[in-house]
Ligand binder design. Structure first.
Ligand SMILES: [Zn+2]
Length: 225
């Protein structure tokens, strides 16, 4: 999809624009933190947002409603760092919820939003906000996970985080799914995913498992929470 088709100004943002545009004279920008699961994306997002708070910037944090693995009201890293956040169902809800004096907008699990997030991030940056988005770069088959590829293209700054491969101990960039499902979005239970390097990653592993679920993986794992 051409960026021109999702240019700022689409999706009926006019109301939000008028409310927020007094900040437009200041320069905003977009930072993206992306990588596989277990690569420390949320931890890095929380680190940056905490530093902004220490610098007395007003920060607001959003996550998609789908991600209630640890908490409805917080973003939480695998290392149990957490910050208060608001759950939203669509990217345009973020634009509606950003307050006039908010300077930094943090968004976790960006891959669970649709492409509207690209226009929302652009609009917030155009209006002088620092926008920091964390999300998976690839899905369980190793395919670019929209809208993250588009966000990488428009961001001023991109950080790729890496995990450790659970097979060989090398640097991991892929998320290995360990159960059978062709659904792209299955929020992971513990043990349902692991990080793998390019050599050890096998997108067909799950479908080669006859019973669907590997040993030790409880019924219903990955079917929601
Ligand atoms: Zn490996």
């Amino acid at each position: 999809m051409a960026l021109g088709l999702i240019a700022p100004g689409m999706f009926g943002f006019r109301k939000g624009m008028v409310r927020l545009e007094r900040y437009a004279a200041e320069s905003g920008w977009i930072e993206v933190i992306t990588g596989s699961m277990f690569s420390g994306k949320s931890e890095e997002l929380i680190r940056r947002l905490r530093r902004a708070q220490i610098a007395r910037r007003k920060v607001q944090i959003f996550k998609p409603h789908i991600d209630a693995r640890y908490s409805e009201a917080h973003i939480v890293s695998h290392s149990e760092m957490k910050m208060e956040s608001a759950s939203v169902r669509t990217a345009s809800e973020i634009l509606a919820a950003v307050e006039i004096d908010t300077e930094v907008v943090g968004i976790d699990e960006g891959q669970f939003f649709d492409q509207e997030l690209v226009a929302v991030a652009n609009r917030l940056a155009d209006l002088g906000r620092r926008v920091i988005i964390a999300g998976l770069d690839m899905d369980y088959l190793g395919r670019p996970f929209e809208p993250m590829p588009l966000l990488l293209a428009i961001a001023e700054e991109v950080t790729k985080t890496h995990a450790i491969c659970m097979c060989c101990g090398g640097t991991a960039s892929y998320t290995q799914r360990l159960f059978e499902s062709r659904e792209r979005v299955v929020v992971g239970a513990s043990g349902a995913y692991e990080a793998r390097c390019r050599h050890c990653f096998d997108p067909h592993l799950a479908s080669a498992t006859p019973s669907g679920l590997p040993d030790g993986l409880a019924d219903g794992a990955g079917a929601g929470q």
